[in-house]
Write a protein that binds this ligand. Structure first.
Ligand code: G3P
Ligand code: MG
Length: 233
């Protein structure tokens, strides 16, 4: 079973920070997953929520703040005081950590709540500038963003599902997308099992125990997103 460190090694480090990605880079795993939003001045930053409230000492929406303003907040202390001073990373900074490794990098576009005009182009610019396209997988619950990304560049993409749909493999193929990223609950249901039998690449989130991982492996899930990759190594 292939492993992706979900938001970095987020069990032991504050999620989506350079600390969590530096921990992932040392591990012999398939790759890493991270989430991106856009600042008011058009920078691509790595954070899960639309707001900074849960994972920093600040408040408010990422979309309403400049990168400079976001950089004034502490994104480590909420997790543990030893991570005080962790800043919100830009996508570029995270890509730099993985520049000379073989890890795949799954960039999840978090444009399913707010529209971030130009997010796909901005992500593609960063990835291209680093020459890392062959190791990138773009995913999103915002399937329109994935379709736009596919029109922009020949880059591997995945559509994300938290709920079951019928004929997911037909849907994937109709959009010209490489993979299905689904919740661990959806992964075990019949439509996804059939999609796997038809040859679809399916990866499942978020799996933090061995029994669940084994069940997913049994149905042919290719990879799991986990907060704790070392549990499976
Ligand atoms: O990309 C897989 C997974 O991260 C999707 O859910 O909420 O953890 O971003 P979430
Ligand atoms: Mg995610």
């Amino acid at each position: 079973m292939k492993l992706f460190a979900h938001r970095g090694v987020s069990k032991h480090y504050p999620e989506n920070t350079l600390a969590s990605f530096r921990a992932a880079v040392k591990l012999p795993i398939e790759g890493v997953e991270l989430d991106v939003h856009m600042t008011s001045d058009g920078e691509v930053v790595v954070i899960h929520d639309e707001k900074i409230n849960r994972t920093s000492n600040g408040k408010g929406f990422v979309k309403d703040k400049t990168l400079a303003e976001l950089r004034t907040y502490d994104f480590g202390s909420w997790f543990h005081k030893k991570f005080r001073g962790e800043k919100i990373p830009t996508l570029r900074e995270v890509l730099e950590i993985f520049k000379h490794t073989n890890h795949l990098i799954n960039i999840e576009l978090k444009s399913d709540v707010f529209v971030y005009a130009g997010l796909e182009e901005a992500v593609l610019r960063e990835v291209t500038a680093m020459g890392m396209q062959p190791r990138i997988i773009i995913s999103s619950f915002d399937h329109a963003a994935i379709v736009r990304m596919k029109k922009l560049a020949p880059i591997a993409c995945a559509v994300l599902f938290s709920n079951i749909i019928l004929q997911p493999n037909e849907y994937r193929k109709a959009l010209g997308i490489e993979a299905l990223h689904v919740s661990k609950y959806v992964a075990k249901r019949k439509p996804i099992r059939e999609a796997i039998e038809q040859g679809a690449v399916v990866r499942a989130y978020t799996v933090n125990n061995k029994e669940e991982a084994q069940q997913l492996a049994n149905v042919g899930v290719e990879a799991i997103f986990t907060d704790d990759p070392e549990l499976f190594l």
